[in-house]
Design a protein around this ligand. Structure first.
Ligand code: SF4
Length: 62
C-alpha cells in the first residue's frame, strides 16, 4: 500500500506524524509528507488511523 499527502490540503496539524512517525514526517514547507514509498503491512493499521484522523482528508491511500 502507498500513501500520499495532498500538500494543498495539509494544515500542518501534526496528527498523522504523531500517530505514524514511521511513515509521515515534516517537509521543508512544514507540511506532512510520506517518508516511505511502500507502507509495510504492520504499519497499515496506523496509517488507516492517520487517514481517518486527518481533519482535512489530505491523506490518500492507494
Ligand atoms: S493529519 Fe492531515 S492536516 Fe494534519 S499534518 Fe497530517 S496530512 Fe497535514
Amino acid at each position: 500500500m502507498r500513501v500520499e499527502v495532498d500538500q494543498e490540503l495539509c494544515i500542518s496539524c501534526g496528527a498523522c506524524i504523531d500517530l505514524c512517525p514511521d511513515v509521515f514526517d515534516w517537509n521543508e514547507d512544514d507540511k506532512a509528507h510520506n517518508i516511505v514509498d511502500e507502507v509495510s503491512p504492520e504499519l497499515e493499521e496506523q496509517v488507516h488511523e492517520a487517514v481517518e484522523s486527518c481533519p482535512t482528508s489530505a491523506i490518500s491511500e492507494e
